[in-house]
Structure formats: structure tokens, C-alpha cells
Design a protein around this ligand. Structure first.
Ligand code: ADP
Ligand code: ZN
Ligand code: ZN
Length: 747
């Protein structure tokens, strides 16, 4: 590894005792639970900026570290410490504000600080490379291009239009792309020496276009948020689907832009919301960048840097964008704040929503949490006054709420999961040239492949789970670890040939729909059919332009979309979530049914929602029909309280992945015994060690201890004790342990 050491300007430290040794306290991206101290580089009286990177020796390697603190100590023996090898930055890459956020995150989630602080850097910066340039590439006319007559390219109209655009001056590639020009247009003209690539500063004007005229509920939310710009406040925007939450975001952002302040928008999954990004672009004539894993590294680095330099006005990103550098952060928005995709489920396990609230607090700015079905945590925070609640109870644009009914499917003959009632309703809607949206939360053809003769089922070799049968292309595949096998021709157990599919997946229902409704287009929407980067956006465009059609999909289809022509929504298998081992199962079911239902009748025409169930009398099923979320969530909260489960009190887990079934449980048992010997906090309940609901996943055995208590701070103190004890132990080979605070995975 060769890193360029920059000529460092740095600064001198304030007063310190003469005999004190200066220490650079560094976060190093390795799983140690602390910071490492280094001496400054040789022959230098300069020090690196806090929040900048340096290159430091670690064993026989050179690694990138982040300066977290500089201190003077008289108590260390300098011969025991290593020197930093080089300073990589002249100024901080991580601002004091974000550094504090990251330190808080490492402490709150009890995660190694080095592995946490690194999240404040772009992928390229983590590798020790220089930050990206914010200059964008673009094109200008060559002399030859300038001299071209306006009609010279009339046989290539796109190229002619591109030349015409550039006559007013050079344009960035992204401006030209959003005006509809394609890479082949650029290539054609460059090869004819009519245009040439140039580096440009991106457009820096921040202009908001005319907003919609807000209704009174929207106005009061907008007024509350915008008068709080410059002050921390958390606003819970609870608005029924289609009530115009996005319009509230847009107008709040306009107010932040008018103060020359940036807005950070966090959304669960970017691929699912191409329409949202599009609406932002239509409203603002200002640089908008996205940050998510679907971007190539170069683009991600550039957007990261544009956020840092203050060039980007609006930063829309998925959960890790919560740590993005922002020069002038003025407003944070978390859309679909209840969505569990906002939770990181491996490595540092954090809730982007909760970290965002902390960030707003550290940045003295307001934060808006929006959802039609806010999490019970946020509902509780609103009712105890920590968050200020604003409700949008009416659909904007004059649409009526959908009517909902349950279809009791007990004893009915279903065709690939479709009841006669649902099929009749679909036929009616389609004949009016309206659209149908069907929800089935299982991809593939069938969840189980079994042998009719001996009862064998296709199981994953790495997980305690069945393999799903897929027909396009044919295979059996595990949805937990991804492992695929070819379709067996005969039963591996009894050599019988009567292998049958059992249960229902989207591929199977798609087949039946094509058969029953041959004259309309059927779109299957799941992660198999929507794998490309722009697949979701293309699908949304197709549907927007189409008249009658059927969309059938998994939760990809349940979220945030706005399909004005959908007037019938069918939920094929509402019961699957009732069986969930998770204490949040009912909350998730109610959220899902409300969200899916919210896709119906969002424009002029009324919508209808049919929910198929074998448990029509279940209280959640009943409540979803009649109660608004405020009432339904209050009922769910009440039962959480009775069960002493979050948001009542706090939960944490110490989780363990191990190579053998027993080693994890034994490790945790030793830990619990040590803990009980050292501490006695009667307010804390320790439960376990337990095997996870799916005990083996991707070849690892998973187990945990649950730490529960009425007070968050006490739970936290106990977790810290456990972590200290665990750090003293030498874990057996192949065992990894980690902390999960406010766990969202079933326990
Ligand atoms: P949500 O984000 O709450 O689901 P949207 O912001 O997508 O709702 O709004 C639903 C529809 O209502 C959109 O077509 C939007 O343009 C329209 N809309 C929102 N606010 C207003 C308003 N004040 N006047 C007219 N139409 C509005
Ligand atoms: Zn068999
Ligand atoms: Zn598996």
C-alpha cells in the first residue's frame, strides 16, 4: 500500500506541560472496543486535525485511522507506542458534529468505535484515497461544433438538439442526462469532434418552484416545522396514505433552502421510491444528490463530497446517509419512519431513524418523521410529549379513503390464492379500464417442494429453513442465505418421482392471472423480477402510462408508490404475519395492511381493498377495517405495556454466532453466570441463553441473551457490564458475539 503523505499545515496544540507526550487517539477499523494511541509522525511539530485520516502501523500492515482526540499525557512511556506513518488530510473530513454523532452511536449501540467512525467516510476515503472532486464532467462545443449550421445534423435529431443545448454554454453530463440525452449521443458527437468533455462546477442556484396550495392540516404542520428551523425539534407527521405528506416535506425543504441550509432526506429503500426523487427534482431547481448502495463508487464519492462542500442542496439517501457530511444541515426528514429497512441488521446494528433524531439534536435543526403508520415507539414519544405530533387525516386532492372488507376464505376453493370474490371484483375494475394491485409476500413459485410418497421436503443445507421452488429459472433456493440447487428429478430420500409444490408464491399466482385475464398485462414485482437498478422506475413508468393492468408483488409493491389508476387492492395471504414469532408481528401486520390498502383509489376514483383471511375475527383484522392508526396503535401500545415490552421499557440482546450448536450457548451461559456474580440490578431481567427462532442461518448457529428492563439507562449499564465481561473472555474458535440494542429481529 502506498499512500501519499501530504505536506501538513495543521495547527499547534494549546498549552500543555513541557514533559507531556502528545498522543493521537485514533479510531481504527478493527473489532477492538476502544481507541488506539499513536505518537505524531517523526520530525514534526504539527498535529493532524481531529476528524482527519492518518496512516498508522497495525501489526505488519499500514491502515487508515481517524484522529478522534489529541491529548497530552505525562503518564505514558513513548517507547511503548508506535508512530503514525503519515497524515492523509490537511483538514478534518469528519466534522466535530458528525464525530460526536459517531462517538454517541458507538457508545449507544456498544459497537467498536473504529468500525463506527469509519461510517463518516466515503468508500474511497476509507481506502485512504483522496476525497472525490466535486467538479462534474460535462461537455462544451468545440470550435468546429460552434461553426456548425443549425440544420447540418437534421438526419440525427438528438445530436442536433444536443448541439443546440450547448450553444448557450457548457452543460454537466447530469444536466444533459436529465434533459433526455443518452451516452451514445455524447459519444457520436465527441467522435466527430463537435463537442468535447470538460470539467465544470455544478449548478449552484437553489430555487424552489411554486408549491401546491396547502390545506389547513398541511399548513399547520409546515408552519410548525419552518418556524423551528435553527432549533431542534422532532415532528411526527402522521398522515393517512395520500394525505400529502410529501407536499409538507417539499414546503419545509423550500424554507430550509431559502436559508441556504441543506436538507437530509432518509428513506427506507431508494429503488422503491423513484417517484419520490422525481417529485423533488420537479419542485426544486437545486442540486439534489442520492446516496445509496446502488450507486457506483465514483458517483457515491462525488455525491458524498458534494454534500460535504455544501454544493448539494438536498441529499436523499438510505440509512447510512445519516452519517453523511453536510456543511449546512438545516432540516432532516425520515420518510416511512416505521419501516424496518431503516434498521441496519448486521455489523453496527442501528436504527437510522433514531440516529437521525440524535443528529438533529446535535445540529440544532428540526427533524420530521413521516408515516401513515408510525412505529409504536414514535407514537409513544408523541404521546409523552417528546415528539410533536401533526396529523393529516384527509386525503389531499379530494380522493376518498378506500373501503375495506375481509374475505373469509375458510372452505373456499382458491385459484392460486385468489378467491372467487376477489376475481369477480378484479374483472369489474379491469372492465372499467382501472388497475388492480395484489399483494402476496412470497416470491418464487411455492415455498415448499415435497415428496408425495415419503414426505421429504427440500431443505437448505446451511439454514433451518426450507428451500423455495422457483420456476423462472427452475431451481430450489433458500431465501435466507441464497443457496441454490437444481430441481431434483426424483426424491433424494425414496427415489419416488411424485414431487409436488406446496403453498403459494408470486410466480404461481402470476401464471394463474395470465390464464384467467389473458387480455390484460400482468406485472410481477418482486426481487427476482426487479433486479436491475432502474427496474422499479421503469415499471412505475409503464404502469402510469397503461390503462387496465394487474400488478402482483411482494412488499416491494406495498411501499410509498403512487399509482393513481389503482382502484382495487387484494391482499392474498394476510394471515402469514399473524403466525410471526416476533412480538412486533401484529404491529407489522397492521402497518402492512394499512399501507397496502393505501395504494387503492389515490386519485379521483374510489378504491376498494379486499383482505383474504382465515381469521376474520382476529382483533387486528377487525381493527384495520374500522380504526384509524391513532386508535389502532393505542390498542397495540396498551398490550405492549401489559407485556412489559418496548416501547414500554427497553430491550437489548447480546447475540452470538458460532460454528457449532453448543459453543454459543455455552459462551453465553458463562457470561450470564459471571454477570450474575458481579452485578445485581433487580430492575434488569436477563433471559437466556436462547437459540434464535431460526437457530441456524448461513451455516452459523445463532443464540442470544435478552436484557430487559423498565429504564433504558439501566439496561444500557447492564449491557456495558456484559460487554466488559465478554471482552475478557477468549471466545472459542469460530465464535463471534455482538450487541443488538433495541433489536428489531425476532428474539
Ligand atoms: P403521501 O405522501 O401522504 O402519501 P402525497 O404527497 O403523495 O401523499 O399526495 C397524494 C396526492 O395528493 C399527490 O398527487 C399530491 O400531488 C396531491 N396533493 C398533496 N397535497 C395537495 C394539496 N394541498 N392540494 C392538492 N393536491 C395535493
Ligand atoms: Zn420421497
Ligand atoms: Zn439457507
Amino acid at each position: 500500500m502506498g499512500f501519499p503523505a501530504v505536506q501538513h499545515r495543521g495547527f499547534n496544540l494549546p498549552q500543555r506541560p513541557d514533559n507531556a507526550q502528545t498522543l493521537l487517539r485514533c479510531a481504527v477499523p478493527i473489532p477492538v472496543r476502544g481507541y488506539l494511541d499513536y505518537l505524531p509522525i517523526e520530525d514534526s511539530d504539527r498535529f493532524p486535525a481531529i476528524g482527519s485520516r492518518l496512516l498508522i502501523p497495525l501489526g505488519s500492515r499500514q491502515v487508515v485511522g481517524i484522529v478522534s482526540e489529541i491529548l497530552g499525557s505525562t503518564a505514558v512511556d513513548p517507547t511503548k507506542l508506535k508512530r503514525a506513518s503519515a497524515y492523509l488530510d490537511e483538514a478534518a473530513l469528519i466534522s466535530p458534529n458528525v464525530l460526536e454523532l459517531l462517538r454517541w452511536t458507538a457508545d449507544y449501540y456498544q459497537h467498536p468505535p473504529g468500525e463506527t467512525l469509519i461510517l463518516g467516510l466515503s468508500p474511497r476515503e476509507r481506502r485512504g484515497e483522496p476525497s472525490a472532486s466535486t467538479q462534474e464532467d460535462g461537455f462544451s462545443l468545440t470550435l468546429r461544433g460552434e461553426g456548425l449550421s443549425d440544420t447540418a445534423l437534421s438526419r440525427a435529431p438528438r445530436q442536433q438538439a444536443l448541439i443546440a443545448q450547448l450553444r448557450s454554454g457548457p452543460k454537466t453530463r447530469s444536466e444533459l442526462r436529465s434533459a433526455g440525452f443518452k451516452p451514445e449521443n455524447f459519444r457520436a458527437l465527441v467522435s466527430r469532434a463537435l463537442i468535447e468533455p470538460v470539467a465544470l462546477d455544478a449548478n449552484n442556484a437553489w430555487i424552489s418552484k411554486t408549491p401546491l396550495s396547502a390545506n389547513s392540516e398541511q399548513s399547520s404542520a409546515i408552519a410548525a416545522i419552518t418556524t423551528s428551523l435553527g432549533i431542534f425539534g422532532c415532528y411526527l407527521l402522521e398522515g393517512v396514505t395520500g394525505s400529502g405528506k410529501t407536499e409538507v416535506y417539499l414546503q419545509a425543504i423550500a424554507a430550509a433552502l431559502a436559508r441556504q441550509e441543506q436538507t437530509l432526506v432518509i428513506i427506507p429503500e431508494i429503488g422503491l421510491t423513484p417517484q419520490l426523487v422525481q417529485r423533488f427534482k420537479e419542485r426544486f431547481d437545486a442540486p439534489i444528490v442520492t446516496l445509496h448502495s446502488g450507486l457506483g463508487n465514483a458517483e457515491r464519492d462525488r455525491n458524498w463530497q458534494a454534500a460535504r462542500t455544501g454544493q448539494a442542496a438536498i441529499i436523499i439517501g438510505t440509512r447510512s446517509a445519516v452519517f453523511a457530511p453536510l456543511l449546512t444541515l438545516g432540516l432532516i426528514i425520515v420518510d416511512e419512519e416505521h419501516d424496518i429497512s431503516l434498521n441496519q441488521q448486521d455489523g453496527l446494528r442501528y436504527s437510522a431513524r433514531d440516529v437521525a433524531v440524535k443528529r438533529a439534536q446535535l445540529s440544532d435543526c428540526p427533524i420530521v418523521l413521516g408515516s401513515a403508520t408510525p412505529s409504536l415507539e414514535s407514537m409513544a414519544n408523541a404521546s409523552n410529549g417528546r415528539y410533536r405530533s401533526h396529523q393529516l387525516t384527509q386525503r389531499a386532492a379530494g380522493a376518498n379513503p378506500p373501503t375495506k372488507r375481509l374475505v373469509d376464505i375458510r372452505g373456499l376453493a382458491l385459484r392460486a390464492g385468489l378467491s372467487p370474490q376477489l376475481e369477480a371484483k378484479m374483472a369489474e375494475v379491469l372492465s372499467r379500464d382501472e388497475q388492480v394491485l395484489l399483494f402476496l409476500n412470497r416470491r418464487g413459485f411455492a415455498p415448499t417442494l415435497l415428496c408425495h410418497d415419503c414426505g421429504w421436503t427440500a431443505e437448505c443445507q446451511n439454514c433451518d429453513a426450507r428451500q423455495t421452488l422457483h420456476k423462472k429459472p427452475p431451481r430450489v433456493q433458500c431465501h435466507h442465505c441464497g443457496q441454490k440447487n437444481p430441481l431434483p428429478k426424483r426424491c433424494p430420500n425414496c427415489n419416488g418421482h411424485r414431487l409436488v409444490a406446496s403453498g403459494l408464491g408470486t410466480e404461481q399466482t402470476e401464471q394463474a392471472l395470465r390464464n384467467d385475464f389473458p387480455e390484460v398485462a400482468v406485472h410481477r414485482v418482486d426481487s427476482d423480477s426487479m433486479s436491475g437498478r432502474d427496474a422499479m422506475a421503469k415499471f412505475a413508468e409503464t404502469v402510469e402510462a397503461a390503462s387496465a393492468c394487474i400488478m402482483l408483488g411482494t412488499q416491494l409493491l406495498a411501499k410509498g408508490h403512487h399509482f393513481p389508476k389503482v382502484t382495487c387492492v387484494g391482499v392474498l395471504d394476510a394471515d402469514s404475519l399473524l403466525m410471526s414469532p416476533d412480538f412486533r408481528g401484529e404491529e407489522r401486520l397492521a402497518q402492512l395492511l394499512t399501507q397496502v390498502g393505501g395504494r387503492a383509489g389515490r386519485a379521483k376514483r374510489a378504491g376498494e381493498v379486499l383482505i383474504q383471511t382465515r381469521h376474520p375475527e382476529h382483533p387486528v383484522m377487525q381493527a384495520v377495517l374500522e380504526q384509524p392508526w391513532s386508535v389502532l396503535s393505542a390498542q397495540l401500545l396498551y398490550s405492549r405495556q401489559a407485556q412489559r415490552l418496548p416501547p414500554h421499557g427497553a430491550l437489548a440482546a447480546l447475540r452470538c454466532d458460532s460454528a457449532t450448536p453448543d459453543s454459543g450457548l455455552e459462551f453465553l451461559l458463562t457470561l450470564m453466570t459471571a454477570y450474575q456474580g458481579s452485578t445485581t440490578d433487580p430492575s434488569i431481567r436477563l433471559v437466556g441463553p436462547l437459540s434464535a427462532p431460526m437457530a441456524r442461518r448461513a451455516g452459523l448457529y445463532r443464540s442470544h441473551i435478552v436484557i430487559a428492563g423498565g429504564q433504558r439507562s439501566r439496561v444500557h449499564a447492564s449491557v456495558k457490564n456484559l460487554v466488559a465481561l465478554a471482552s475478557e473472555q477468549r471466545p472459542p474458535k469460530g465464535l463471534r458475539w455482538f450487541v443488538d440494542i433495541d433489536p428489531s429481529e425476532p428474539l
